[in-house]
Design a protein around this ligand. Sequence first.
Ligand code: SF4
Ligand code: SF4
Length: 165
Amino acid sequence: MTKPFWESTSLENMTDEQWESICDGCGKCCLHKFIDDEEASEDMAPTDHIQKGESIHFTNIVCGLLNTKTCSCSQYHKRTQLVPDCVKLTKDNLDSIFYMPNSCSYRRLYEGRGLPSWHPLLNRGKKTAMHKAGMSIRGKTVFDHDVDLDDFENYIVTWPLMDKD
Ligand code: SF4
Ligand code: SF4
């Protein structure tokens, strides 16, 4: 039997369409997070990069442009104009993948862990299994325009770090 493309093709060699389909649409990369390097805590925009070795803490504060029901960006094509810090993961910045949550499907493939059973590609393109498995941000977040970001330490959560096969 022929292997599915995500098992036979490296991330670097995927077509644009294949690459896009790897995104599970969980929305976790749209959460604000911060770095703890023992000397200082620094608030990060949803997709800022970190250096390897630094601790990353996720909050349940999400970018105001995320549709928190579908877990999709409401302004996908204009996102980098509207949110200058929104940096998309691409084949060219794969070495920064460690700022993504463990369950991020790109990170899973990059680390040789394969796609999880709840991934839309294994569920007729639907996100239902992902939501049921609790692997998306649905129902768990507050918008960044509704909170004082200076208080971000009050919003630290561990659920974005969890993964499930
Ligand atoms: S964390 Fe990864 S898989 Fe989930 S939405 Fe972001 S880029 Fe896609
Ligand atoms: S602009 Fe869109 S893709 Fe970027 S962090 Fe906000 S919701 Fe996510």
